[in-house]
Design a binder for this molecule. Structure first.
Ligand code: FMN
Length: 375
């Protein structure tokens, strides 16, 4: 427990944001968030190589548009686990939305629910799962599990999430201990004691992430995937994979989807950007299960690129918290609607009528355009 005196307060505004693009939300949010919370949300680990690559590696591709296709309005809706959603975009799990806004997860889930896109309830939410679920009545809800040392608690959490309406479990396997996040070190960041973690008995408020993670199992193995699958009876998305070998193993152990992710560049630094890892994983998965990608998605063209390289949907992390900080549920809704519009425009201008029409042949590597310019 930190002994420093806290003067924590979270933003409370509820408003549309007139979003121009998702990138600018970070600078805008920096003005309304306190230093410690902003550092925790925005920061990555180490030299932040992976944090940057997550966004920048989308620029390694160029989209080759097709014209005269007769396409008027593209249809950006899709199906995820057999359920229709408004767009192939979802909210990935993030801890402690109470850092960003007084409505915490009630605000973020409301915003994503109004946009009719999937929302992931996190183990380390500041709100009870049952309450988050009621704020997101429309659209699929998923529950992210950090695997507690107490197996009984895992089973209980999974059953509670299912009873609250979760239709899939996101098993996050990449955070047995936090990466070295230097912003948090500099800011001596601890979760403010006013913010509770009500889903986890024993997760004391006022702790650092490292302290809280001591409640969770170290030394996870593939049998834990089997446990999560059997204890929940729900489809399991194994989240945090970057290696084709692990993707293959996950399918062998009954995963219903692969979550390609490096935790937003917050865990091991110098691992590949999510969009860099994706094609290798698509290659081994061979369409057997859907692939979900998160990390650095900030543009409609990024959504299109990820889908072209084999993802079924993409998660949008930090922009959710920035828009929550700036405008509560209305801000989150505004952010998603903006991204949907950018994605619809990308489909329209590249000639893709439906989400399933997006394919690898629409992309060329950026090096090709360099060679083209040099010839
Ligand atoms: C503030 C913050 C908290 C996070 N907490 C969790 C978490 O509790 N569980 C988890 O699986 N991933 C967590 N993540 C990772 C996200 O699920 C996701 O992988 C990442 O944010 C995607 O990258 P992006 O922020 O560039 O969109 C967190 C990310 C952020 C920014």
């Amino acid at each position: 427990m930190s002994t420093t005196v806290e003067l924590f307060s979270a933003p409370a505004a509820e408003q549309d944001l007139a979003v121009v693009n998702l990138r600018e939300l970070e600078d805008r949010a920096a003005k309304v968030l306190q230093t410690g919370p902003f550092g925790y949300i925005s920061g990555g680990s180490g030299d932040e190589i992976t944090l940057r690559e997550n966004v920048e590696a989308f620029d390694d591709y160029r989209i080759v548009p097709r014209y005269l296709t007769g396409l008027d309005e593209p249809d950006i809706s899709t199906e995820i686990f057999g359920t229709k959603v408004a767009a192939p975009i979802f909210c990935p799990p993030m801890a402690a939305h109470g850092l960003a806004h007084i409505t915490a997860e009630l605000g973020s889930s409301h915003g994503w629910g109004e946009a009719n896109c999937p929302y992931t309830m996190a183990t380390l939410s500041n709100t009870l799962i049952e309450h988050i679920a009621t704020a997101h009545p429309a659209g699929p809800k998923w529950f992210q599990l950090y695997f507690a040392k107490d197996k009984g608690l895992n089973a209980e959490l999974l059953q509670r999430a299912k009873a609250a309406g979760a239709t899939a479990i996101v098993f996050a396997v990449d955070l047995e201990r936090p990466g070295n996040r230097e912003a948090d070190m500099k800011n001596d960041f601890h979760f403010p004691s006013i913010l509770k973690f009500p889903n986890i008995p024993g997760a004391l408020a006022g702790e650092s992430l490292g302290e809280i993670m001591k409640l969770f199992k170290h030394g996870l193995d593939w049998d834990d995937v089997t446990f999560v699958r059997e204890a929940s009876g729900l489809p399991v998305i194994v989240k945090g994979l970057l290696s084709p070998h692990d993707a293959k193993m996950a399918i062998e152990y009954g995963a219903s989807a692969i979550g390609v992710s490096n935790h937003g560049g917050r865990q091991l630094d110098n691992v590949p950007g999510a969009i860099v890892a994706l094609p290798l994983i698509t290659d081994v998965v061979q369409g057997r299960v859907p692939i979900f990608l998160d990390g650095g998605v900030r543009r409609g063209v990024h959504v299109l690129e990820a889908l072209a390289l084999g993802a079924s949907a993409v998660g949008v992390g930090r922009p959710t918290l920035y828009s929550l900080a700036l405008g509560g549920w209305l801000g989150v809704h505004d952010m998603i609607e903006h991204l949907k519009q950018e994605f619809a425009l990308a489909m329209k201008l590249s000639g893709a009528a439906r989400v399933k029409d997006i394919h690898a042949g629409m992309l060329v590597p950026q090096t090709t355009s360099i060679r083209f310019r040099q010839s």
